[in-house]
Design a protein around this ligand. Sequence first.
Ligand code: UDP
Ligand code: MG
Length: 338
Amino acid sequence: MQSNSVLYLSLIVPVFNEVETVDLFLDRVNRVFECQVSVRLEVVFVNDGSTDGTLDRLLECQKSDSRVRVVDLSRNFGKEAALTAGLQVATGQVVVPIDVDLQDPPELILEMIAKWREGYEVVLGRRINRDSDSWAKRVSATWFYRIHNKIADPEIPENVGDFRLMDRTVINALNALPESRRFMKGLFAWVGFRTAYIDYSRPERIAGTTKFNGWRLWNFALEGMTSFSIDPLRIWTYFGAMVAFFSFILGFYIALKVLFLGVDVPGYASIFVAITFLGGLQLVGIGIVGEYLGRTYLESKRRPVYLVRHVYEPGDAEDCFLSSKGMSAHRYSKSGSL
Ligand code: UDP
Ligand code: MG
């Protein structure tokens, strides 16, 4: 049972070219939390290399709102890296990653807090419909979950995004994970903890456009599956053994046929088909090995997940431009410290 005293809550908001949505987001958050005296709030925006004036907008907001902190990354590292940065910087007792486009309704956080007070360490927002997504995204998401959860361990809960409440113990566990290729949905599932669900219907983006096109989603899905399963590698052992077994039987059959019936020259079409088919399969197999080898290669470099140009804390907005020169690299250590 968690106490009913003042709760220190961190929202983590990755932003990439979101100049239209920042104000709308903060207005809505203000409306939700203005009467919540039992919640102390910090809003950690992670500016993921925006090129459209988002950073200026955020710093403008920070001048009038001392709950706003801004982590400015040195370039666009992608949402996963931005989230990772936010998790490292957030100081709250509970932390909620949330999209700035209001597709994750901030009102739900109050319900999540209620669940947390009941003793859950993770409270997931589960989408009960995907009407706001395109048809292609819906179909690909369904297949992604189906295939991923068949081959990967642990399963990712279906229709659950990054919008969730997590207790400090969960955040510490996540920050202590050492890998630099970070598929957050998978990592969230991997750490486990007592979990509750809250259903909601996902609205349309309030303004601006989505940053995830088909190709990016495909790569995201590949990242997810290869990060949490080696089944795609192992399947080739079984497949290869099966093909070898059948070709052995075929060879035996042909040898007997030659012994008893003499040599005949059948058409070459079947041989050609077999060669191209098996050649194609071998290339797919090599491609899959390549996926893993590439990921191992990238992981082995031990490069930081993101680079921070500057962290703008409330109150230092005036001199922040002067002190934004130094760049710091962030890597994982066991303690999860920066
Ligand atoms: N985002 C980010 N870096 C990126 C892409 C997206 O920080 O490279 C942020 C974006 O600003 C938004 C959130 O991730 O706050 C979700 O992005 P989006 O709404 O475009 O994704 P969708 O909801 O369409 O899946
Ligand atoms: Mg969105």
